[in-house]
Design a protein around this ligand. Structure first.
Ligand code: HEM
Ligand SMILES: *[C@@H]1O[C@H](CO)[C@@H](O)[C@H](O)[C@H]1NC(C)=O
Length: 217
């Protein structure tokens, strides 16, 4: 079963490699932001989730800077998770799903280990109207994050580099959270997780603050 999934994933990866180049630069017509974009498979048939990141061109190494996350998610996904630190425990996690009126619910979480992540106030998301939409096959959202690029892990600080690649991770579950309208809901465990190196250097945006101010007003 796992081997079948593995070979299927390899075949699908080869098929989609040309269509979805790693760290493609994406100029978003809805928000005006420039993102770097990565597509992650969760099903052997080629279904996957797109993860896009935008940051300010003024972001400095070893500081906390704001970021914008955009995700494009197929409608059959129960919840989709992003790990800013590239592993499950002790870093900012974003869990996203759709509520009862198909609205996007964003939940900021932190896991103390490989156990259900709990609500985390150290990272805060603000959903934009622009860049948040859906159709018969996908939903997507765009949100500002404050607190996703630096955090305290144990006794040391972790910082995401604004000028290179950062290891991110995702997790996928076909099952929905039990209280679908509550960001603090219990969530079922994932079926699939994976890692990639996300390029932040080409995600740099001039005039980031003004663009974000316009998008949140
Ligand atoms: C009820 C919720 C969750 C439970 C019970 C859970 C449990 C686990 C367990 C037991 C593993 C180890 C699997 C193995 O070693 O084969 C694991 C791995 C992993 N999980 Fe979760 N998880 C949950 C939610 C999440 C969320 C929300 C994310 C991301 C946003 C996530 C990301 C990962 C990643 C990336 C791994 C790979 C190992 C690592 O890098 O730490 N998990 N999870
Ligand atoms: C459906 O919406 C997604 C997310 O916005 C988009 O990527 C995709 O191109 C859309 N599909 C069609 C057929 O418009």
């Amino acid at each position: 079963m796992l081997w079948t999934l593995f070979f299927g994933l390899v075949a699908a990866l080869l098929r989609t490699a040309a269509a979805a180049a790693a760290n493609a630069v994406y100029q978003d017509p809805d928000t005006g932001l420039i993102f770097t974009s990565n597509f992650q498979l969760y099903k052997a048939d080629g279904r996957g989730i797109t993860f896009r990141v935008a940051i300010p061109d003024t972001a400095q190494s070893y500081t906390s800077y704001d970021s914008v996350i955009q995700m494009v998610v197929p409608n059959d996904v129960g919840w989709a998770g992003l790990s800013w630190g590239g592993s499950m425990p002790r870093n900012p996690l974003l869990v996203a799903w759709r509520g009862s009126s198909n609205n996007v619910v964003l939940s900021s979480r932190w896991a103390s280990g490989h156990v259900m992540p709990q609500p985390y106030t150290g990272a805060e998301y603000t959903l934009f109207k622009a860049g948040t939409k859906s159709n018969s096959t996908h939903w997507q959202f765009t949100a500002l994050c404050k607190g996703c690029t630096a955090w305290e892990s144990g006794s040391s600080m972790r910082y995401l580099s604004p000028s290179g690649g950062n290891r991110l991770a995702f997790a996928y579950s076909p099952g929905k959270p039990s209280s679908v309208n509550s960001p603090s809901s219990s969530i079922p465990i994932h079926d699939v997780h994976a890692y990639w190196s996300h390029d932040f250097a080409q995600a740099a945006n001039p005039d980031f603050e003004n663009t974000v101010a316009r998008l949140t007003s």
